[in-house]
Design a protein around this ligand. Sequence first.
Ligand SMILES: [Zn+2]
Ligand SMILES: [Zn+2]
Ligand SMILES: [Zn+2]
Length: 175
Amino acid sequence: MSSKAEAKVAEATAAPVVSTSDELPPPYIADSGTIVNPGFCELSWRERQDNRVPGGGMTADQYFAPCKACGLVCGDHIPAAYKAGWLDWVDPSVNFRWESHTGVAVINGEKKELLSCWICWEYDHTWVKPMLPDEWYLHMRKHFKVDGYRPCKGAAGAMQRRRNCSLTTCPKIHS
Ligand SMILES: [Zn+2]
Ligand SMILES: [Zn+2]
Ligand SMILES: [Zn+2]
């Protein structure tokens, strides 16, 4: 067991409440907007903040145009390994994928997206080393399938932006 996992167990033991699998994830860290960007692309960092305010955030078209800061072009392919053995799999949404980017890696002459994790950052204050999309999806699969994080869904069933959620303390994951 890692020292971090041990710390979590110690915390859980000290807490007077019994943990259940239905328990909501810890509250969203509302002050993360005042903290220095740990390594996201400057525009994905800004987009994450903009998506919280009324009228903020980019349009769907803009998510597929090259990023003006790092040149990244966001894909929308979800690898089969992400959905395998998971009937009601969760689509993390292109908005959330775009917000997660840190920059571009060139591998064998091909540009690849590098993505970090907002869930680890906002709930745990842990910076995750940038990952290629396949690895990122497996990381997200663990959060949604195993850890119990849930997306906040809009009327159309997709993960919705924070600014469209009517709950001020909604514990779910937004783009
Ligand atoms: Zn960028
Ligand atoms: Zn994570
Ligand atoms: Zn919500």
